[in-house]
Design a protein around this ligand. Structure first.
Ligand code: SF4
Length: 223
């Protein structure tokens, strides 16, 4: 199967299997941005606890994060792990949103996607995955988020190499699918769902909805 058809087929099967995931769970777009930083190297349940603490302290805004001393901010985001580092990253993000966009996320969202991405990659603690999380889920830009689940699953499906630069994986999707932010957001969320429930380090292929089109899964079924 050619890549565009295969990528669409995988999406359709995941959507039929799991249903819409409706990411990103948040009340505001700035909350999405904060969550994108806090979710680095931790489970989402820990992020929810940290977000709840920020909300209780009235600190879930760019101004609120800038106002707090870094040690108090670290205390609030403690449940998300790496709390000192994440507090510094949130400070840098809040400073950027204020300096570049006057805390106006609507203005930020109207900026050019590539320019925004370049700007964010210059912020302390924002890497490619986090920048793309923000672009896609906070700002509605049609970028494809690549994470470890994506690499693992699409390598096992025979559609991508095991290792390679980030942009090659994102180009696999953006070059072969319509640039639809809603679909890209669903697709990434569905990939994470599959990675958590089936395509783990040791995959549970028996119940996977992709088994009959997955070379790695089929070879395991034969073993
Ligand atoms: S069949 Fe197995 S290896 Fe293939 S995508 Fe599903 S869980 Fe992963």
């Amino acid at each position: 199967m050619k890549r565009p058809g295969a990528l669409r087929e995988v999406y359709d099967r995941l959507l039929a299997r799991f249903g819409p995931q409706r990411w990103w769970p948040a009340e505001t777009r700035f909350e999405v941005m904060v969550g994108a930083v806090l979710t680095q190297a931790t489970a989402w349940g820990n992020v929810e606890k940290a977000i709840a603490r920020l909300k209780s302290a009235g600190a879930l805004s760019p101004e609120g994060i800038r106002r707090l001393p870094v040690d108090e901010l670290a205390h609030l985001v403690y449940p998300s792990g790496y709390y000192n580092a994440k507090a510094r990253k949130l400070k840098a993000l809040a400073a950027y949103v204020g300096e570049a966009y006057g805390d106006d996320i609507d203005v930020m969202g109207r900026s050019d996607t590539l320019a925004l991405r370049e700007e964010m990659l210059g912020i302390h603690g924002i890497g490619e995955e986090t920048a793309d999380d923000i672009l896609l889920y906070a700002l509605g830009k049609p970028v494809f988020v690549i994470d470890a689940y994506t690499k693992r699953i699409f390598h096992r499906l025979g559609l991508a190499p095991e290792r390679g630069p980030y942009f090659e994986y994102s180009a696999l999707f953006t070059d072969n699918l319509p640039h639809d932010a809603e679909m890209f957001g669903e697709y990434h969320a569905l990939i994470v769902r599959l990675g958590v429930e089936y395509c783990k380090k040791t995959p549970a292929c028996a119940g996977c909805c992709l088994l009959d089109i997955c070379p790695a899964g089929r070879s395991q079924a034969v073993d």
